[in-house]
Design a protein around this ligand. Structure first.
Ligand code: NAD
Ligand code: MLT
Length: 524
């Protein structure tokens, strides 16, 4: 059992998912101070945290720690470099809590523009300050978004109904992609000089510390509003202080040097101050907790490295492709059976090429379930070498039009010492894993999901009817089916997704009745 420590008030769904998986012992305790908890559980395998600071001492005190999952977006609270030195992977949950923040931005803009807080207070006091509380409308104004990641692009989406002109800046996103989001690409200078509302959605890093500097603030329009629901430190607040009164600037703020009670350094310049509430919604807490647990399980089981933020993984590795690599490997191995593998060949098409070595980890985890995904690719290559397996990553051309796909071939040695090749190819379509080829059967396009029966047979009339009858007699329903035929070999492949797993006896019976190579596979 792997021990997971959750020293925070995270939604219980994380602990429930991990417990349901069966491989984890979960300790969730938001009351005991972190150093005490850590001392009591030195055998911790994974930490799941929210905004708790995880520094070198905590990492050093947990010698078996393999992973820290930040149930949230920003991981500036974790010493990711020290974690790397100690071989600890740090993951975040990208996008899980974005909607909470995006909605907070709109709430802040409207609350400030319509004086909601002041109006409530004054009306309760018995006053009638209609004249003093003349507001401004958001509709039709220019909004500038700095950082067009998960949150920035959601803010743009939610603003659609307000008919805003939306300017956006993100050096890592191509202008065409920005336009596709309904956002006009702009420089920082253009945003600060043209926008009525400017909202920041960048991480705090060396390159973004003090990003909003005096030169930019000095260009802001009179009466413009700056919103910071990202991180403290991105704005040079002393510079903002200089221009605040002169330009009648508004400042709506959610972030501070630390999340704690006490005086706040920007209280004099902020018009609305929130105690870091952006992601503080039930929905965001639930989504981040669920994603944190799923990521941990997927890393442990499937070698899914896509959410690791402290390894030199190039940006853009998507979880769905790590999962696909694992699924294809699992599938090809189930079809081949446990015969010794002599050759492993991979082809990564389209945008997947840069991720070859990272996806290989998932492939190895899919073939050898005891392969430790915390091992790096070098350990994977060593495993192949020790087992006498040659590995070839083919240099492929994209002219075949396979899009972003993976082909995985294994050559196994049969008992008579001859070799047999098993081959699968798959892709992700509309977010769904899709197996497009198994051996000579192309254009399959089936979703590897649930219990699936594969039968490879010499084609003749009545085979499907025989299989269907056997299944029906056992009360098993066919939920989906592919049945391609190869005109050259006269072979057919039946792929049947079933509502219930058939017994081993029933699979053997079907195999015997239709003289097929049959295998049952359960995909998760
Ligand atoms: P994200 O990683 O999806 O997006 C960040 C974007 O910033 C990326 O597209 C990146 O290319 C861009 N970027 C990096 N450097 C930039 C620069 N110099 N100028 C412009 N763009 C730059 O992250 P996200 O989920 O959108 O979250 C953004 C940040 O918001 C997080 O890092 C976190 O610090 C903060 N956050 C705050 C709350 C809250 O409760 N207030 C909640 C979630 C996230
Ligand atoms: C985040 O980065 O996810 C947010 O700031 C949420 C938080 O820290 O509570």
């Amino acid at each position: 059992m792997k021990k997971v420590l959750i020293p925070t008030k995270l939604d219980r769904v994380a602990a429930e998912l991990l417990a349901a998986n069966g491989g984890y012992e979960v300790i969730q305790d938001a009351k005991t101070p972190l150093p005490e908890l850590v001392a009591a559980h030195p055998d911790t395998h994974a930490l799941i945290v929210r905004s708790e600071k995880i520094q070198a001492e905590t990492i050093d005190a947990l010698p078996q720690l393999k992973v820290i999952v930040r149930a949230g977006a920003g991981y500036d609270t974790i010493d990711i470099r020290h974690a790397r030195v100690k071989g600890v992977n740090v993951m975040n949950t990208p996008g899980a809590n974005s909607n909470g923040v995006a909605e907070e931005v709109i709430a802040l803009i409207l609350a400030d523009a319509r004086h909601i807080i002041r109006a409530d207070r004054s009306t309760r006091e018995g006053k009638w300050e209609k004249k003093q509380l003349m507001g401004r409308e958001l509709t039709g104004k220019t909004v500038g978004i700095v950082g067009l990641g998960h949150i920035g692009r959601l803010v743009a989406k939610h603003l659609k109904g307000f008919d805003n002109r939306i300017l956006g800046y993100d050096p890592l996103i191509a202008s065409d992609r920005v336009r596709d989001m309904g956002i006009e690409p702009a420089t920082l200078e253009e945003i600060f000089s043209r926008a009525d509302f400017i909202t920041l959605h960048v991480p705090l890093m060396d390159s973004t510390r003090g990003l909003v500097n005096e030169a930019l603030i000095s260009q802001m329009k009179n009466g413009a509003t700056l919103i910071n629901c990202a991180r403290y430190g991105i704005i040079d607040e002393d510079a903002f202080r200089k221009f605040k009164a002169e330009k009648n600037l508004r400042y709506l703020n959610d972030v501070y040097p630390k999340d704690a009670e006490g005086d706040k350094p920007n209280a004099d310049i902020a018009d609305i101050m929130m105690p870091h509430l952006g992601a503080n919604t039930f929905e965001a807490n639930f989504n981040a907790a669920r994603m944190a647990a799923e990521e941990l399980i997927d890393l442990d089981v499937k070698g899914d490295l896509a959410c690791i933020v402290n390894r030199d993984i190039p940006a853009g590795l998507e979880r769905s492709y790590s999962e696909l690599a694992y699924t294809l490997a699992n599938l090809v191995r189930q079809i081949s059976g446990p015969l010794p593998i002599k050759l492993l060949e991979t082809s990564f098409y389209g945008d997947l090429k840069p991720f070859q070595k990272w996806l290989l980890v998932s492939i190895l985890a899919g073939i050898w379930h005891d392969f430790d995904p915390y091992n790096d690719v070098k350990a994977g290559m060593k495993l192949l070498e020790e087992n006498g397996i040659r590995y070839i990553d083919r240099d492929v051309s994209d002219q075949k039009g396979y899009g972003n796909s993976i082909t995985l071939d294994i050559t196994v040695e049969l008992p008579d010492k001859s070799m047999k090749l098993y081959s699968v190819r798959g892709t992700v379509t509309e977010g769904i894993q899709t197996v497009s080829r198994i051996d000579e059967f192309d254009r399959l396009y089936f979703e590897p999901k649930g219990v699936t029966l594969f039968c490879l047979y010499n084609d003749r009339p009545g085979v499907i009817a025989t299989i269907a009858r056997r299944l029906a007699d056992a009360g098993i329903n066919i939920e989906d089916m592919r049945n391609p035929h190869n005109v050259k070999t006269h072979r057919s492949l039946a792929i049947l997704r079933l509502n219930i797993a058939p017994s081993a006896n029933l699979v053997a019976d079907i195999k015997d009745a239709v003289k097929a190579d049959s295998v049952i596979s359960t995909f998760v």
